[in-house]
Design a protein around this ligand. Structure first.
Ligand code: CA
Length: 227
């Protein structure tokens, strides 16, 4: 099963190629948009991992060219954080899913496998739900029981992480690196404060409670009766 990676940052490209090869895939790596466009249009790939920001032809042109040509190969695109317009545009142009950089390789691999299982049917990965908590990923909005909850960008990112990894205990160090891009030896009190604020918004006025502290280990989000 052959995948195509289009990524101009050489370290990221090498890292993705190696990881996917170790996971058992054959991999073509294009380091420019032009190469990526050419390989995407002429090769036979089961899936394309497509960086959006490329110096010559950007990722959007490649997705559009594929779809205009009737090619429905699944496309997972990689986008910078906080670019809502990018995500909306990508999905509208016919990409199937996206990941926000930086991401964990395990997350990318999980998305790749999901897309390959689903084949070429389009998937709108724009919503996450746990109990009555819903996250609109494109508009970065959260609701509980249909009631809008105002969150800062960081709070939303933190909540998204907890929901995506629900049932897993997330150490403060992991939360710090994924949501704040900082190392554990930074001021981790930031995490506790942020969790407290998030809980006040998400859990104080609602049942069931979803966010839990696991003493000495970290935090987890869990719906009762699940997991
Ligand atoms: Ca790039």
């Amino acid at each position: 099963m052959k995948l195509l990676i289009v990524e101009d940052e050489s370290k990221t490209g090498d890292y993705l190629r190696q990881g996917l090869m170790e996971a058992g895939f054959a991999v073509d790596l294009a380091r420019t948009g032009l190469d990526g466009h050419h390989l995407a249009m002429t090769g036979s790939h089961e899936l394309i991992v497509l960086d959006v920001m490329l110096p010559d032809i950007d990722g959007w042109h490649i997705v559009k060219a594929l779809r205009d040509a009737g090619n429905r190969v699944p496309v997972l695109f990689l986008t910078a954080r906080d670019c809502v317009e990018d995500r909306v545009k990508g999905l509208e142009l016919g990409a199937d899913d996206y990941l926000i950089k930086p991401f964990a390789f395990s997350e990318l691999l999980a998305r790749v496998r999901t897309l390959l299982r689903r084949g070429s049917a389009p998937v709108l990965a724009d919503r996450l739900q746990v109990a009555d908590l819903a996250l609109d990923l494109l508009r970065r909005r959260a609701t509980r029981s249909g009631k809008r909850i105002n969150l800062t960008q960081k709070e939303f990112a933190l909540l998204e992480l907890l929901v995506r990894r629900q049932g897993e205990v997330l150490p403060r160090s992991l939360i710090a690196s994924l949501v704040w891009d900082m190392n554990f030896d930074s001021d981790t009190n930031v995490i506790d404060v942020a969790i407290r604020r998030l809980r006040a918004k998400i859990d104080d006025d609602f049942e069931p409670k979803l966010i839990y502290t696991v003493r000495g280990m970290g935090y987890t989000l869990e719906a009762p009766g699940v997991g």
